[in-house]
Write a protein that binds this ligand. Structure first.
Ligand code: SF4
Length: 381
């Protein structure tokens, strides 16, 4: 299930925790869009070199895709269909959006442009937390945006939430209460999908700078673990299946929820994808490549990007399969897991850090919070 990813490198302002590549000056959007169309044409044979597969998903992420009008989103989709799908619609077409950009007109326009799934960056419904994150919306605006998406006819909505942080002056008990409120609010909305990530401190973010200057105190691991446990408990009780460490899909009568993100799932199974736009990454078999993170340079190159690339060794491919597979509910096959050695697998099984069922190794869901440690131990020399 290969995919096409488009990176929109523009934001209205920078959020405290974010280190994704984007710029705030939006005056170049028109020229950037022209270059994007030319990059699509220039790289239209990408999937022929990956075994002639036809990508089935389109994901417009960023940055802030909701800065674009419905007609701009429609133009991007039609060209992606033309260059990579022989003119046919994608099976899944996701667009990321921010609550402050939403209006009924825009939402209906994006829907008419073919968007089948939206992923909204809510992060929290708590106003002081949102202010500290430098988000541009408040809790009420997030609720209203969700209603607007429903009114516009979206039946597949994903919401992003962040846990594992303390706002200045907040105690752990207050942070737990805030998180509990966030989870109760999201359960009342019942979106089809929820992604929830622990706040990480990236060197290139405002938060990274705050930490370096001693202006941010990271919470204890036990606090983050308790928030993750609460997330798993409330979402399981609310009828969601956790199919990856950070991703939850609303259950239906189907054995596998149809609301899993097909695009993101293909990253975990190492399907090929092309990433278009500044800073976008692509993957084909054993080659990973990435476009430079420079909007002006991208516009000047007029679509003829010169991505940097790396070629993965056999050993790196096996490690990657294990690393990605163990983050999912499906786990990895015994054949793939064998690469880490019987001794390590036995040891992890005996202390409950791995489980073996139907010929597949999995990390039990109550150990997902420490999955990074488990995987690092398994792969250590
Ligand atoms: S979180 Fe989203 S809106 Fe905020 S700076 Fe990052 S990409 Fe932009």
């Amino acid at each position: 299930m290969a995919g096409v990813y488009i990176h929109i490198p523009f934001c209205k302002s920078f959020c405290t925790y974010c280190d994704f590549y984007s710029i705030c000056d939006q005056r170049g959007i028109g020229r950037w869009l022209d270059s994007l169309f030319r990059e699509m044409e220039y790289r239209r044979h990408f999937f022929s070199a990956c075994g002639n597969i036809i990508p089935s998903t389109l994901y417009i992420g960023g940055g802030t895709p909701s800065l674009l009008s419905p007609s701009q989103i429609g133009d991007i989709a039609r060209r992606a269909e033309k260059f990579f799908r022989g003119g046919r619609r994608f099976d899944e077409f996701t667009m990321e959006l921010n609550p402050d950009d939403l209006s009924y007109e825009k939402a209906s326009g994006w829907k008419a442009a073919g968007v089948s799934r939206v992923s909204m960056g809510v992060q929290s419904f708590d106003d002081p937390a949102l202010k500290w994150m430098n988000r541009r919306h408040n809790g009420a605006a997030a609720l209203k945006a969700f209603d607007t998406l429903r009114e516009a006819g979206f039946g597949n909505i994903s919401l992003d939430l962040i846990f594992g942080y303390l706002i200045p002056g907040e105690t752990s008990a207050e942070g737990m209460r805030r998180w509990n409120c966030d989870l109760e609010t999201v359960m009342a909305l019942k979106p089809e999908h929820i992604s929830s990530y622990q706040m990480s401190i990236e060197a290139g973010s405002i938060l990274g700078q705050m930490k370096a200057e001693g202006k941010y105190r990271e919470p204890e691991d036990s606090y983050c673990a308790a928030q993750y446990e609460l997330l798993q408990k409330i979402l399981a009780e609310g009828g969601y299946e956790q199919y990856e460490i950070s991703n939850f899909a609303l259950k239906t009568d189907n054995e596998v929820s149809p609301f899993r993100s097909r695009h993101n799932s293909s990253y975990w199974t190492r399907e090929p994808y092309i990433g278009l736009g500044p800073a976008a990454h692509s993957f084909c078999g054993r080659t990973r490549s990435w476009n430079p993170d420079d909007v002006e340079g991208y516009i000047d190159a007029d679509g003829k990007v010169s991505p940097e690339s790396e070629t993965l060794s056999d050993e790196e491919i096996v490690e990657e399969k294990i690393m990605l597979g163990l983050r999912t509910a499906e786990g990895v096959s015994a054949l793939e897991a064998a690469a880490v050695g019987c001794g390590k697998l036995e040891e992890a099984l005996s202390c409950g850090r791995l489980a073996l069922r139907d010929g597949r190794y999995r990390i039990p869901s109550d150990k997902w919070f420490i999955s990074d440690d488990i995987i690092v131990n398994l792969l250590a020399e």
